[in-house]
Design a protein around this ligand. Structure first.
Ligand code: PMP
Length: 389
């Protein structure tokens, strides 16, 4: 039986530079101790107070079908949070709760792109972006950024690709680079969206992990609130990756349609998970800072270590749980470097090539192991790089 083109063509095929990742996973399965600095999963678990709230909610009976758009109090709380952080007027009518940021990314593209429409995204990119776009029948078109501009897309970069496109997906703080878009970049994004009549899909799942600079949402720019869909998530901010709870925030008429989509796809998010998310958000910035603190700390240590050598160069980044290192001075591709490192030292990092073409010759290091293991691993990575030149 033949499957739809939409599903069989979802991924582009090939390994996309993920061989190193799967090889490391295979080694772990075979009992080899590998230090995995690969994916964006915290080394702490969900806070016990959040789990207690989840448990109390489930025991209290919130285990039936929950409100499809999201529990009213949670929608209110997300709206308040966005309004407080950005100054843009936001109510529950601007918010739909989704099973995580990934479902929100899919929903946002589904709402904005028709079959065959061009949807823009920036390279380097979070792994699922092109597949998510293809998944709604749209055609992904990359805006290839450059290391020389710290991987920030300029107005000109966007404009070159924008003609005829329907949407522009941006992500700040950025995965994989850790770069926090500066005001000029966000202004350029807003200008391009307004001039080329693009929807802006703004992936802000790392908005609580900013170490330098400030998080600026494109939704705050003139004329952008009516064309921006913000993707948010509890995964990174509250170490709730497995709970699958996030949201889309945007214009009320879009949210109305997304609620309709949720009715016909996910049928909402479990009530006890939403209650746990509500509890977590009510705890305020202190809990978010507790979750972010290890990355803030490790990044500082990493900066010190990186400053002691001149082979690996740190991409000027200010957020998220990753470091992007430019390894081009070794003469190796990111993939070759990562493979050799894995073989020699059982340390797994992601090659820049896993995230498109722009970050070739780079590696992404996730700061997701405890401090001692992180320092030891990064020291080994830097020494290994030094020995190659
Ligand atoms: N966007 C980015 C940039 C991410 O890094 C991730 C997860 N790694 C997601 C979205 C999806 O996160 P979740 O579905 O867990 O909210």
């Amino acid at each position: 039986m033949q499957l739809s083109q939409r599903i069989s063509g979802l991924t582009a095929g090939g390994s996309d530079g993920w061989d190193v990742f799967y090889r490391a996973r295979g080694m772990v399965a075979d009992g080899v101790p590998v230090t995995e600095l690969t994916i964006g999963e915290h080394d702490i678990r969900t806070d016990p107070t959040i789990l207690a709230a989840m448990n109390a909610s489930a025991k209290g009976g919130h285990t039936g079908y929950a409100m499809v758009p999201g529990v009213g109090d949670l929608r209110d709380e997300v709206a308040t949070r966005l309004q407080t952080r950005t100054g843009v007027a936001t109510t529950r009518d601007n918010v739909v709760i989704t099973p995580g940021g990934q479902a929100a990314l899919f929903a946002a593209h589904h709402a904005t792109c028709d079959e065959g429409d061009v949807a823009l995204y920036c390279d380097p990119y979070y792994a699922t972006y092109p597949g998510t776009i293809r998944g709604v029948g749209a055609v992904p078109r990359a805006i290839v950024t450059s290391p020389e501009q710290a991987f920030q897309p300029s107005f000109v970069d966007i404009a070159k690709q924008a003609r005829g496109a329907r949407s522009l997906l941006v992500n700040t703080p950025n995965n994989p680079t850790g770069v926090v878009y500066d005001r000029a970049t966000v202004e350029g994004i807003a200008r391009a969206c307004c001039e080329y009549d693009l929807w802006c899909i703004s992936d802000e799942v790392y908005d609580t992990q900013v170490w330098e600079g400030e998080h600026i949402s494109p939704r705050t720019m003139d004329g952008m609130a009516e064309r921006t869909l913000v993707v948010g998530s509890m995964s990174k901010s509250h170490a709730m990756t497995g709970s699958r709870v996030g949201w889309v925030a945007g214009p009320a008429p879009v949210i109305e349609q997304l609620i309709n989509l949720a009715t016909h796809t996910t049928y909402g998010v479990p009530g006890y998970i939403q209650d746990a998310a509500l509890f977590a958000l009510n705890e305020g910035p202190a809990l978010e800072e507790k979750v972010a603190a290890p990355f803030r700390r490790r990044r500082l240590v990493a900066q010190g270590l990186i400053a002691t050598q001149n082979v690996a160069k740190l991409v000027p980044s200010g957020g998220a749980m990753y470091l992007m290192l430019d390894m081009r001075a070794t003469g190796l591709s990111g993939e070759d470097f990562a493979n050799r490192l894995l073989d020699a030292h059982q340390i797994a990092v992601m090659p820049g090539e896993s995230f498109g073409t722009a970050a070739a010759g780079h590696i992404r290091v996730a700061m997701t192991v405890d401090d001692d293991a992180f320092v030891a691993a990064l020291t080994t990575v830097l020494n290994f790089a030094g020995d190659l030149v």
